[in-house]
Design a binder for this molecule. Structure first.
Ligand SMILES: Nc1nc2c(ncn2[C@@H]2O[C@H](COP(=O)(O)OP(=O)(O)OP(=O)(O)O)[C@@H](O)[C@H]2O)c(=O)[nH]1
Ligand SMILES: [Mg+2]
Length: 420
């Protein structure tokens, strides 16, 4: 049980592209063979898969760095280098992936079986065979492969279920889960028996729905009391909450007051109090429950109150009918919106400086890979290059440093005119 982990930070790197090769064909009796250097292989990608057998992010506590294989270098006789090996990382369904630096949602691994290429490997560089033209028969150069950078991501498990059970410790949440599903959670007569979320599937009259049971909440859970309220993350992606109250009022408790306290904690956790909700007056088999029912109904306001007993099964049929009926009316949960193209044209790790009057320099890892990726003899490619520089703030930064139309900008070995 101690092995539940629902947040992790990992570092990932796609494979570098292999370098292109400079080589000339050699054969007996053939004097000057043509260029035959092959292209570099593509770097391996990082691929995520949502696996329905996984329920925690435990694995990432032990292994936090993953690196896909680099592409091999090209070789003579136009041989392309070997592609780097992909890395496939399995995560539980419901894992949300955010880029650490920006906090942006890169992927929501919402449904079991879903795959997602998180980072693409670098392109291999062209070998010199590619650069032969009628006027340049012996190109003595090739292109390096695109080099990739390390990126940090935050993984966060946000369980997806139709129904979530919430309430005070000892109210009987786990007992109800055991009653309506095949799950066998720990149940005991002391608070905080449940320490990590439990999931089960309930089937009723041809419908089935997933139920999540979480640790109990207490007053000021939002301020960290008890186990705190971070477990509410695991009922955040549900369509309906079952608010379980111990109606018997054991140990001097007041059921209506219990209901109000949990309502307060739910509202403090990003408006979970607005989620459709059924109030379950549990433990109706106990003597004082019946007399507490009226005040509980009043405190529940417009919510439906269903008297039940996880112990005897009383009211469970009505509960299941009501849940199935309500779920049929409620919209499906939607995955989070993913922000597109974040890793493709979002250059970080560059700097710009003024070298002397009228001369500026831009450098850094991302500039190196940008230069490797652009083909300067291609109009489209040049356009993309300019767009990327602009989108990444390079042009603005140069202007800030005082660059004027026609000044020189150095990027790697190449010089450009500054065009605003
Ligand atoms: N008499 C009676 N006892 C019940 C009923 N439901 C649960 N209990 C008992 O209440 C105690 C607490 O039940 P749990 O299901 O562990 O309660 P929980 O809400 O999951 O508690 P936490 O996991 O601590 O939040 C256990 O001793 C159960 O046997 C019921 O309907 N009637
Ligand atoms: Mg429990």
């Amino acid at each position: 049980m101690a092995s539940f982990v629902d947040r992790a930070t990992i570092r990932l790197k796609a494979g570098d592209g292999g370098n292109g090769c400079v080589s000339f064909h050699r054969e007996k009796f053939v004097l000057n063979g043509g260029p035959d250097g092959g292209d570099g292989g593509k770097g391996g990608s990082i691929i995520l898969v949502a696996d329905h057998n996984l329920h925690t992010l435990m694995d990432f506590r032990y292994k936090t760095k993953y690196q896909a294989g680099n592409g091999g270098a090209g070789s003579s006789a136009r041989c392309t280098g070997k592609d780097g090996e992909d890395i496939i990382i399995k995560v539980p369904a419901g894992t949300v992936v955010r880029e650490k630096e920006s906090g942006r949602v890169i992927a929501d691994m919402f449904s079991p079986g879903q795959t997602r290429v998180l980072m693409t490997g670098g392109r291999g560089g062209f070998g010199n065979a590619r650069f032969a033209t009628p006027t340049r028969q012996a190109p003595n150069f090739a292109k390096p492969g695109v080099k990739t950078a390390w990126h940090e991501f935050i993984l966060e498990l946000r369980t997806i279920a139709d129904v979530g059970l919430v309430g005070f410790p000892n109210a009987g949440k786990s007992s109800l889960l055991a009653r309506i599903t095949a799950a066998r959670p720990k149940i005991a007569d002391y608070p905080f028996t449940t320490l990590t979320p439990n999931l089960g599937i309930a089937s009723h009259k041809g419908s089935s729905f997933a139920v999540a049971d979480i640790p109990g909440l207490i007053e000021n859970a939002s301020a960290g009391a008890g186990l705190g309220f971070s477990f509410l993350r695991h009922v955040e992606r549900t369509r309906l909450l079952l608010h379980v109250v111990d109606a018997s009022g054991q140990e001097g408790r007041e059921p209506a007051e219990d209901l109000r306290v949990i309502d307060g904690e739910l509202s403090r956790y990003g408006q979970l109090d607005r989620r459709p909700q059924i109030v379950l007056a549990n433990k109706m088999d106990l003597p004082r429950s019946a007399e507490n029912l009226e005040s509980l109904r009043q405190a529940a306001g417009e919510r439906t109150v269903i008297p039940v007993s996880a112990a005897t099964g009383e009211g469970i049929e009505t509960l299941l009918d009501t849940v199935v009926g309500m779920l049929a009316q409620l919209p499906e949960i939607q995955p989070l919106a993913e922000e597109e193209g974040v890793l493709e044209e979002h250059l970080t790790g560059w700097e710009a400086e003024k070298v002397e009057d009228g001369v500026f320099r831009v450098f850094g890892v991302s500039m190196d890979s940008l230069l490797d990726a652009v083909n300067f003899s291609d109009y489209e490619s040049m356009n993309w290059f300019h767009r990327t520089l602009r989108a990444s703030g390079v042009i603005d930064r140069l202007r800030e440093l005082g660059a004027q139309e026609g000044d020189t900008v150095r990027l790697g070995d190449t010089e450009f005119d500054f065009i605003d």
